[in-house]
Design a protein around this ligand. Structure first.
Ligand code: CAO
Length: 479
């Protein structure tokens, strides 16, 4: 018969086991065998649970989130929506600078912050304090990915170099957003519009007669965050085979250029002749050496333009985008009351229409001005003419169908009340995203120290008393 262990020893063993499991690094087991295509032969049996009820895509992945402002937080919010445990590290007393930027409710976290930090936990740590570094070391050991978008060199200045991190946790993926990649501008700090300008978007946006324009869509920040998320997931996938982490770098200039790649396409075409689908060609305006701004010309080979609709005199968004797609030409002629254009050799072919697109759109506009943008949508879509209403943010906020898909969501917050946000735009059928409110500053500090990192009560007290997790007191500051 086995000897009964004394109660005390039993308790101590249970405690050690709990601590061990709390500190356990989330592991991805490498497939035992791979066939010639590198594909795993030993995937688990297909789950028998109903779709959407077998965890989430990134369940078990833990992220040390050192991001701030917009680009990095966009990335980690997406990972959180896919089920990763995202632990946001913030500077004590201050937090992510956006908590206080563009505040609309006094004392509450701004919409800027809340809309970019859903589903995360927040811990405050002074990374430059020895006890703060102790907590960070523990986080590095337990996390799978460190994501940061500090200014170039800031992470190294904290002592968190790649070598240091990799020594503590060789499986750690270190993912960074920077303004520029290696080269003459690599040390520069960068914000959204700088990236839009440096990535070729601004020089190709706007009207030919006007200055370069930046767009409302945050292609530099949120666009690069999206790129980074894909890099991280790919690195996690490679780690299943290699067992080791790697660096993931997304430069905002590169991200914007990737989204503006059709303009680099046109840059090469321009050397061989005019860009015939640009309305400037039809207007007889010669092309220069670089891709010009094309106003509202359609990005592809299908001529399109923004046209006024009923009510445009008082409603700044009473417009529609109208595309004269070649196969829809007959339907367009019928709808706008110009059936003779179907057979008139001056109008019947795309080539014949190119030099007179401006006049053609002016004629179509005479028709669209008699209808609301939604009537244009209904009439044209019924006969396969591609059009799109120019939707205001007010209309989008009130759109029932976007609410139903969870693309626009209402979230409740303890200090600001209910607000609208954009939910996960990427829909997975087996990994359903619920949007949870953003954390208050340092809201999860205690649970992360104890449940995630396994620090004992006396260790937590020691760390807290050191001041590494709290803002310096005012009188100390003054002294
Ligand atoms: N504890 C202690 N110090 C902390 C800390 C913490 N928890 N978190 C941050 N800090 C410190 C950093 O160590 C850094 O200190 P040093 O300069 O002394 O090394 C300092 O805070 C400031 O960091 P920063 O330079 O990144 O911040 P900034 O406001 O001056 O610059 C930005 C902001 C966005 C221009 C810059 O971070 C950047 O260029 N990032 C990369 C590109 C990017 O993501 N841009 C998009 C931002 S969204 O529009």
């Amino acid at each position: 018969m086995a000897k009964k262990k004394p109660q005390k020893a039993k308790q101590a063993k249970a405690k050690t086991a709990a601590k061990k499991s709390a500190r356990k690094v989330v592991k991805f087991t490498a497939p035992k065998k791979a066939n010639g295509n590198g594909k795993s032969n030993n995937l688990p049996k297909p789950s028998s649970k109903p779709y959407g009820q077998d965890g989430k895509a990134l369940t078990g992945v833990r992220i040390l989130d050192f991001t701030h402002v917009q680009s990095g937080p966009t990335c980690t919010q997406l990972l959180a929506w896919f089920g990763a445990d995202v632990i946001k590290v913030e500077r004590p007393g201050v937090g992510d600078i956006t908590r206080g930027q563009l505040r609309d409710v006094p004392g509450a976290d701004s919409l800027y912050f809340t809309m970019l930090n859903h589903n995360k936990r927040s811990i405050t740590i002074d990374s430059k304090h020895p006890q703060g570094m102790r907590v960070l070391n523990a986080l590095i050991k337990t996390c799978d990915v460190l994501v940061e978008n500090f200014a170039p060199g800031a992470l190294d200045r904290m002592g968190l170099t790649w070598d240091y991190i990799h020594k503590l946790n060789p499986r750690m993926i270190v993912a960074s957003v920077k303004g520029f990649g290696p080269g003459p501008y690599e040390d520069c700090k960068v914000y959204e519009n700088v990236a839009q300008c440096a990535g070729g978007a601004a020089s190709t946006t706007g009207f030919r007669e006007g200055p370069p324009l930046v767009t409302g869509a945050q292609i530099g920040d949120s666009g690069t965050g999206l790129h980074l998320a894909l890099g991280i997931v790919s690195a996690l996938y490679q780690r299943i085979r290699s067992g080791r982490g790697q660096k993931v770098l997304c430069a905002m200039q590169d991200g914007v250029l990737n989204l503006a790649r059709v303009k680099l396409r046109d840059q090469q075409r321009i050397a061989k002749g005019p860009l015939t689908e640009y309305s400037q060609y039809g207007e007889g305006v010669p092309f220069g050496k670089a891709v010009p701004r094309a106003g509202n010309d359609s990005g592809g080979g299908q001529p399109g333009w923004i046209l006024k609709c009923k009510g445009w005199e008082s409603d700044p968004d009473a417009y529609t985008y109208f595309i004269t797609q070649a196969p829809a030409w007959g339907a367009i002629c019928d709808v706008i009351g110009k059936p003779e254009w179907k057979t008139d050799p001056d109008y019947a072919t795309p080539k014949a229409r190119l030099p007179k697109l401006k006049a053609i759109f002016a004629t179509i506009e005479q028709w669209t001005m008699t209808k609301t943008k939604f009537e244009v949508m209904d009439i044209c879509n019924a006969v396969d003419i591609p059009v799109g209403p120019i939707l205001s943010m007010k209309e989008i906020a009130e759109d029932e169908s976007l609410r139903k898909t969870g693309t626009v969501v209402e979230v409740d917050h303890p200090t600001r009340g209910k607000y609208l946000s954009v939910g996960n735009p990427i829909k997975l059928s087996d990994s359903i995203s619920e949007v949870k409110r953003s954390p208050l500053l340092g809201e999860h500090t205690d649970e992360i120290l104890t449940d995630v990192l396994g620090f004992k009560a006396n260790e937590v007290a020691e760390i807290k008393n050191s001041g590494a997790l709290s803002a310096p007191k005012k009188e100390e500051k003054a002294a």
